[in-house]
Design a protein around this ligand. Structure first.
Ligand code: MTE
Ligand code: MO
Length: 555
C-alpha cells in the first residue's frame, strides 16, 4: 500500500527491544511486531532484531523461508523506509559504526584441534585421531552442533537461571537451577550424543548430493552427564497422567479412585517439549520421560565439570539413546503438551525419506527420528612398518603417504603397545609376506542397546574377523573373565555409551590397496546396512552403512 508512511531509520532504531513497541525492517518495509512477540513461536528471540533489519536473523532461522511466515509478518506492515535512507539496491543504509551486532560475537573460543565445518553458527567435530582416544570424550573435544549463537549466561547468575515447566492443564511451575540442584536427587549417566548427520559425507561420496553439514565420523561423542531426572521434576511440578499413579510411592497412591483417573490425560498421547534460550526446540514422547528405568536428565555437569558454554551451560536436556537433536541445550522451558514441538527441528529436518523421495518432501509423511540405529566407524589404521598417522579426514584415508611415521614412535589409543605387537609379529611371521594391520574405532547403538560384536574385514567385506571390544570392564562377558564361562548372558541393563574396539590382523594377498571394513551388531541383533544406496535420503540423515577405509600399502 503506497499510502503507508515512510519512516527515517533513526526513528526505526528507537523502537528497540526495550521500547515497548518493537519494530523491525525487512527489505525496505517497516513492521510493528509488538503484538507478534507474545505469539511468536521462537519467543522473544525476535526482539534481537528490534530496531533493525530482521533479514540477517531470518537467514539463520531458515524456517522463516516458508511463505506462511512471510504472510504473518506482512500483517504487521506499518510503512516503508524513507527513500533518503535506502541504498542503490533499495536496502536500508547502515551507517558506519552502526553495523548489525554480530549475534555470534560472544561465542566461546573452541579447541583448535576440532575440525570446523562452519564457524557461525559453530559446527565442529573431533578429528579421527582424537575422536575415540578416550572412553569419555574430553569436554573441549566433544563435537559441537549449534544452530544459532551460544546464549550468554553470567557465571554469577547461573544459579538463578530459570526453568519453566508447563503442564497440560496450563499450570506453570518455575525452578531455578539452584533449586533443581539442591531439591532433587542427582543422577549420573554415561551416554553418547550423536547427530543424525554423523557420517553424512560418506553417504554423499558413495551415493550423491545430500543437504546438510557434511560431517565425517566425528558428530558423535561420549560423556558422563550429571543432573536430575526429568521425571522427578515433572512429578514435583504436579504432572498427573493416566499411568502416573503406579510410578508414585505405594503409600501415596490413592485407593480405588478410578473415576478421577478417567479424567487424566493419556500418557501415550503426550509429548515433552523442550525449548532452549536461543529458541531451538524439540520434543520427546512423554512415556520416554516417565519410564521408571529411564534416564532422561536435566544435566548441569559433563565429565565432572559444569557444562561448557557450547554444550548448554548452565542446563541442558540429555536424552540417552536418542538422536542428539532432542538433547536441548541452554534449556529454559519444558512443556507437556498434546502435540510435538512445532519447531522445524521436530517437524522437518530430522526425518528420513525413501531414496527416491527427493525434491520437496511431504514432511508430515514420516515421524521424527528419535531412538538411534546402530553404527560404527574406523578412527585409526596402522599398516606394516608404518604408522599411518590417521589422515582419516572425513572418514577416508587421503593417502597413506601423508605423514607416515615409524611404528611405535607414538602410542595411539586403543592399540596396545605397538612396538611389542610389531616385534611379536615379526617373531611369529618371519617367513610370511603378510603385512600386519591394526585398526581402531567406535561402535554405538541407540535405545540403550549394547554393542555385542564388531566385525572387521580387511578385504572389502569378503572375509571377516572379530575386533576386541574395549570399555567392557564392568560387563559380565568381559573378555578375560569369559574364558571360564560357558554361557554368555546379557544383563538387563541398558548401555547408552559407545564401545571402542581394536583389531589386530594381517592384510591378505599382495595387492597394493586393501579395503578395511567395519560393521557392528547390538543386543537386538540389529546390524548395519552394507551400502548407503538403499538408505540414501535427500537430507543425508542416519548414514550408517558399513564404514570402509582404503589403505595404500604400496610403500
Ligand atoms: N539445543 C539448542 N538449544 N540449540 C541447538 O542448536 N542442537 C541440537 C542439540 N541441542 C541444538 C541443541 C543438535 S542437532 C545436536 S546434534 C546436539 O544438540 C549437539 O550437542 P553438542 O553440541 O553438545 O554436541
Ligand atoms: Mo544434530
Amino acid at each position: 500500500d503506497p499510502s503507508l508512511p515512510r519512516f527515517r531509520l533513526a526513528d526505526v532504531r528507537k523502537h528497540d527491544a526495550k521500547s515497548g513497541s518493537p519494530w523491525v525492517t525487512s527489505g525496505d518495509k517497516v513492521y510493528d511486531i509488538t503484538d507478534w512477540v507474545a505469539a511468536h513461536p521462537g519467543g522473544d528471540v525476535i526482539l534481537r532484531a528490534a530496531g533493525h533489519s530482521i533479514d540477517p536473523y531470518w537467514a539463520i532461522f531458515t524456517i522463516h523461508k516458508a511463505p506462511h511466515v512471510r504472510e504473518i509478518l506482512e500483517t504487521y506492515l506499518i510503512g516503508f523506509v524513507d527513500i533518503a535512507d535506502l541504498d542503490t539496491h533499495g536496502k536500508p543504509k547502515i551507517a558506519a559504526g552502526e553495523a548489525l551486532e554480530d549475534p555470534f560475537a560472544s561465542d566461546p573460543t573452541r579447541d583448535e584441534r576440532l575440525i570446523v565445518l562452519t564457524q557461525k553458527p559453530c559446527n565442529a567435530e573431533p578429528a579421527p585421531p582424537q575422536l575415540a582416544r578416550d572412553f569419555t570424550t574430553p569436554n573441549e573435544l566433544f563435537y559441537v552442533r549449534n544452530h544459532m549463537w551460544v546464549p550468554v549466561v553470567d557465571r554469577a547468575e547461573a544459579d538463578q537461571h530459570k526453568l519453566t515447566v508447563e503442564l497440560p492443564d496450563g499450570d506453570v511451575r518455575e525452578y531455578t537451577l539452584d533449586e533443581l540442584r539442591t531439591r532433587f536427587r542427582h543422577h549420573r549417566v554415561t551416554a553418547v550424543l550423536q547427530c543424525s548427520g554423523n557420517r553424512r559425507s560418506d553417504m554423499t561420496k558413495s551415493v550423491g548430493k545430500t543437504n546438510g553439514l557434511q560431517w565425517g565420523t566425528g558428530a558423535i561423542s561420549n560423556a558422563v552427564w550429571e543432573g536430575v531426572l526429568l521425571r522427578d521434576v515433572l512429578a514435583d511440578a504436579g504432572l498427573k497422567t493416566t499411568d502416573w499413579q503406579p510410578l508414585r510411592a505405594i503409600e501415596d497412591a490413592p485407593q480405588g479412585n478410578s473415576d478421577e483417573d478417567d479424567d487424566l490425560p493419556e500418557t501415550d498421547s503426550l509429548h515433552v517439549q523442550l525449548t532452549g534460550m536461543e529458541a531451538y526446540a524439540a520434543s520427546i514422547p512423554l512415556p520416554v520421560a516417565l519410564d521408571p528405568r529411564g534416564e532422561v536428565l536435566l544435566a548441569f555437569a559433563m565429565n565432572g565439570q559444569p557444562l561448557p558454554r557450547d554444550h548448554g551451560y548452565p542446563l541442558r536436556a540429555v536424552v540417552p539413546g536418542f538422536v542428539a537433536a532432542r538433547s536441548v541445550k541452554w534449556l529454559s522451558k519444558i512443556a507437556v503438551s498434546d502435540e510435538e514441538s512445532t519447531s522445524q527441528w521436530q517437524r522437518r529436518d530430522y526425518k528420513l525419506f525413501g531414496p527416491n523421495e527427493g525434491g520437496a518432501p511431504n514432511w508430515d509423511k514420516y515421524p521424527a527420528i528419535q531412538e538411534m540405529p546402530i553404527t560404527s566407524a574406523i578412527t585409526g589404521v596402522w599398516v606394516g612398518q608404518k604408522v599411518i598417522k590417521q589422515a582419516l579426514q572425513k572418514g577416508h584415508l587421503i593417502s597413506s603417504s601423508t605423514s607416515s611415521t615409524t611404528m611405535g614412535s607414538r602410542a595411539e589409543p586403543g592399540v596396545r603397545d605397538l612396538q611389542a605387537w610389531q616385534s611379536d609379529w615379526n617373531k611369529s611371521n618371519q617367513k610370511t609376506t603378510t603385512t600386519p594391520v591394526a585398526v581402531t574405532g567406535y561402535a554405538y547403538s541407540g535405545g540403550g542397546r549394547e554393542i555385542v560384536r564388531v566385525d572387521i574385514s580387511v578385504d572389502g567385506g569378503r572375509t571377516w574377523d572379530q575386533a576386541v571390544l574395549l570399555d567392557q570392564k564392568d560387563r559380565e562377558y568381559d573378555d578375560e573373565e569369559n574364558k571360564s564361562k560357558k554361557n554368555i548372558v546379557a544383563r538387563g541393563r541398558r548401555d547408552f555409551a559407545w564401545k571402542r574396539w581394536r583389531y589386530e590382523g594381517a592384510l591378505l594377498g599382495d595387492s597394493s590397496t586393501s579395503e578395511i571394513v567395519v560393521k557392528a551388531t547390538d543386543s537386538a541383533y540389529n546390524t548395519q546396512p552394507e551400502r548407503h544406496d538403499g538408505i540414501y535420503n535427500v537430507r543425508g540423515n542416519l548414514a550408517t552403512a558399513w564404514h570402509r577405509v582404503t589403505v595404500d600399502t604400496s610403500r
